[in-house]
Design a protein around this ligand. Structure first.
Ligand code: HPA
Length: 284
C-alpha cells in the first residue's frame, strides 16, 4: 500500500499551526459530535480553520466545525480539534488520523478524545459519560487498521503494544475528579465501527456479547495512531442514546438525538476536563 503522506507533510502542518498561535500546547482535545461548544471554555483562543493547515482533512458532517481552537483552560495550554473526519465520509484512515501525527510534531504529549456513542451497557443512560478503559477496533480487526502500510520507526514500532492503550494514570485521575465532583462517570469498553448506518438490534446484541459497553464511529483509529507515536491517551464517550436491541421497538436512533444529547453532555465534560486540568501536575 502506498503512503500518501511523508514526514515532510506532517512537519509542514505542524509548522503552519505553530505560526498561527502564541500558545505551546502539550495537551490536545478531539471534540466529537455535539461536543464542539466545549471549545467556548478555552480562553485567549487562537482560531485556526482547517483550510489554513496543509493536509488537514475537512468534515462534511453537521456538528463538526473544522477548526483548531488553541488557548488556555484552567491554566494549561490546550489545542482543541473542533470537528473530525470519519471513515464513513469516504476518507482513508491515513487522512483521518493525519492531525494526530501533525500534533505530535507540534509537541502534543497527551491526547484526550471524546465522542458521542450509543450505550450498549443497559446501565448507561443518555446524557451520562463513560471513561474509555479499553477499546475494540472492530474496523481494524477486519483489516482496516490505520497502522497498515510501511512503518516509519521514527513514529513508533512496527508491532506496537496496545495492552495499555488508555493511560492508567490519566484514567485514575479522571475517576478521582469525577468522584470529587459527585459526577457519574461509567467505565467501559468502546467499540469502534465504520458507520454511517446505526446498528441493527442483532448487531447491538453481538457487540454486547463481545464485551462492548458503548459504540460509535470514531476514536479507535486516532487512539491507535496516537499511542503508536508515543502519546498518552485518555478518552470519554458521551452516551447519546441507548442502542436498540430488539426488533419491533417503538424507538429509532437519529443523529438529531445525538446532537441533542450533546447539549447535556458538554457542560458535564467541560466540568470534568476543568477538574482534570486543575490537577494536571499530579500526572505530569
Ligand atoms: N451507534 C453508533 N454510533 C453512535 C451511536 C450509536 O448508537 N450513537 C452515537 N454515535
Amino acid at each position: 500500500m502506498n503512503q500518501q503522506f511523508s514526514r515532510q507533510d506532517y512537519n509542514d502542518s505542524a509548522a503552519a499551526i505553530g505560526q498561527q498561535t502564541r500558545h505551546l500546547p502539550k495537551v490536545a482535545l478531539v471534540l466529537g459530535s455535539g461536543f464542539s461548544d466545549l471549545a467556548d471554555a478555552i480562553e485567549d483562543a487562537d482560531i485556526l480553520p482547517y483550510e489554513t493547515i496543509p493536509n488537514f482533512p475537512h468534515s462534511s458532517v453537521e456538528g463538526h466545525q473544522g477548526r483548531l481552537v488553541v488557548g488556555s483552560l484552567e491554566g494549561q495550554s490546550v489545542l482543541a480539534m473542533q470537528g473530525r473526519v470519519h471513515f464513513y465520509e469516504g476518507s482513508r484512515l491515513e487522512q483521518i488520523t493525519f492531525p494526530i501525527r501533525a500534533m505530535r510534531v507540534l509537541g502534543i504529549e497527551t491526547l484526550i478524545l471524546s465522542n458521542a456513542a450509543g450505550g450498549l451497557n443497559p446501565a448507561f443512560q443518555p446524557g451520562e459519560l463513560m471513561l474509555i478503559e479499553d477499546q475494540i477496533n472492530l474496523l481494524g480487526m477486519v483489516g482496516n487498521n490505520p497502522l497498515i502500510g510501511p512503518n516509519d520507526p521514527d513514529w513508533g514500532p512496527r508491532f506496537p503494544d496496545m495492552s495499555a492503550l488508555y493511560d492508567r494514570g490519566l484514567r485514575k485521575l479522571a475517576l478521582s475528579v469525577a468522584t470529587e465532583m459527585d459526577m457519574v462517570l461509567h467505565r467501559g469498553v468502546y467499540v469502534g465501527l465504520s458507520g454511517p448506518a446505526f446498528e441493527t438490534p442483532a448487531e447491538v446484541r453481538f457487540l454486547r456479547l463481545l464485551g462492548g459497553d458503548a459504540t460509535g464511529m470514531s476514536t479507535t483509529n486516532e487512539a491507535l495512531v496516537a499511542r503508536h507515536c508515543g502519546m498518552r491517551v485518555l478518552g470519554f464517550s458521551g452516551i447519546s442514546n441507548s442502542a436498540i436491541d430488539t426488533v419491533d421497538s417503538d424507538r429509532e436512533t437519529t443523529y438529531e438525538e445525538v446532537l441533542e444529547a450533546g447539549k447535556l453532555l458538554v457542560p458535564r465534560l467541560t466540568a470534568l476536563l476543568r477538574g482534570i486540568l486543575v490537577r494536571w501536575d499530579d500526572v505530569t
